[in-house]
Write a protein that binds this ligand. Structure first.
Ligand SMILES: NC(=O)c1ccc[n+]([C@@H]2O[C@H](COP(=O)([O-])OP(=O)(O)OC[C@H]3O[C@@H](n4cnc5c(N)ncnc54)[C@H](O)[C@@H]3O)[C@@H](O)[C@H]2O)c1
Ligand SMILES: CC(C)(O)[C@@H](O)C(=O)O
Ligand SMILES: [Mg+2]
Ligand SMILES: [Mg+2]
Length: 348
């Protein structure tokens, strides 16, 4: 394991160079990896594993859209695609990629198939960390670990197909066989992770829930709406408000940040933009710090987990979610976005 320096702090990182795909295949050669759940992460991880030469079967409820997707992706009923319970029986290494709420309902089925020496894998610390709410307490005689890709399952697959990868964090919760860590790392490499960052189940879930509610999704969506609305109320056209809020960010400035960092993006903008952005950065930081602290407190206390579990257990959950997403899609902001996207020079 490499010790790398992150801005002065040393951390453990596993690299593809030291933990090769050949080594991963050797560790997994006698395993039947059962990917349980074929939603967003399931397809990405299962297909990457299969393409990397690992023996994989998929477990998914028959009669669902995800089952049909699995068939369309080439999994074969009763050969490599089974009902959840059958896949749990057949698998030696169970990858629990059901939705976090679905994991609660399917837990008894999974638990009874976790016989001595098998392994249980997650891509999130949610179920185990919030066990008082989820009831997910793994049997003591199985290995339990996680590999959490830091991105969508969709990107995990598309980047893999381009010969690139996403990075993931990994953690061992229970080491019953003495081989939990090597199995976690082997799976991490075989699902297509480039580098693997060491963490714990708790740290993974607390940071992940904060990130997606915060800067990655919730905060960015809220801040887009706030700026767009102000520009519109002050008499700007929809295209102007959208271009100055979203399009320039995703198409020009964030790719510069991704390439070389925030300072480099600043250095490639005008002195006028630099002066103003440097002055306003602090105001935005001060205004949002209390909100981020409130968010972290709600994650830590389990309040956010309780909200997710409660919302997902309602029978009309999917309908309500679709209605909320439709409202975003139909808003002037995102309708404008659809129009602006069509005008990108490269899509013409
Ligand atoms: N979505 C992502 O890109 C992403 C990224 C990193 C980590 N994760 C984690 O990976 C795991 C899987 O997430 P996802 O977004 O792929 O899940 P998802 O919401 O797409 O659901 C996966 C599957 O679970 C099945 N399911 C739901 N309830 C069920 C039940 N009661 N019984 C049987 N099947 C049921 C659904 O049919 C669906 O196909 C979660 O722990 C999530 O936090 C997801
Ligand atoms: C892709 C994300 C947001 O990183 C993941 O955490 C999720 O829950 O989907
Ligand atoms: Mg998440
Ligand atoms: Mg995440």
């Amino acid at each position: 394991m490499a010790q790398l320096n992150f801005g002065g702090v040393m951390e453990n990182v596993v690299t593809r160079e030291e933990f090769s795909l050949e080594k991963a295949r050797e560790i997994l050669k006698n395993e039947t990896v059962a990917v349980i759940g074929y939603g967003v992460q399931g397809p990405g991880q299962a297909l990457n594993l299969k393409d990397n030469g690992v023996k994989v079967i998929v477990g998914q409820r028959k009669g669902t859209k995800s089952w049909d997707k699995a068939l369309a992706d080439g999994w074969v009923e009763n050969e490599t695609l089974f009902e959840v319970e059958t896949a749990c029986e057949k698998g030696t290494l169970l990858m629990n990629l059901l939705s976090d709420a679905g994991q609660i309902q399917a837990w008894e089925t999974m638990k009874k198939n976790l016989t001595t020496g098998k392994a249980l894998y997650f891509s999130h610390g949610f179920g185990v960390t919030f066990h008082e709410k989820t009831g997910i307490v793994p049997p003591k005689d199985v290995d339990v670990f996680l590999v959490a890709p830091k991105g969508s399952g969709t990107s995990l697959r598309t980047l893999f197909l381009k010969g690139q990868g996403l990075n993931s964090s990994y953690a061992v919760f229970q080491n019953a066989t003495g081989k939990a860590e090597e199995k976690a790392l082997a799976l991490g490499i075989a699902i297509g992770s480039g580098y693997l960052f060491e963490t714990t189940f708790q740290k993974e879930v607390y940071s992940d829930l904060t990130g997606e509610r915060g800067v990655l999704m919730g905060a960015i969506a809220g801040i887009f709406e706030a700026q767009y609305n102000v520009l519109r109320q002050r008499g700007h056209s929809p295209s102007e408000a959208f271009n100055e809020t979203v399009e320039e960010l995703t198409q020009s400035l964030m790719p510069l940040v991704a390439e070389n960092g925030m300072d480099w993006m600043f250095a490639n903008c005008s002195t006028t933009a630099q002066r103003g952005a440097l002055d306003w950065k602090g105001k935005f930081r001060e205004a949002t710090t209390p909100v981020f602290n409130e968010l972290y407190d709600d994650v830590l206390s389990g309040k956010e987990a309780a909200i997710v579990i409660e919302a997902n257990s309602k029978p009309d959950y999917r309908e309500k979610l679709n209605a909320e997403l439709k409202e975003i899609q139909q808003s002037e902001l995102w309708q404008t976005g659809m129009q602006v996207r069509k005008l990108r020079p490269q899509t013409k």
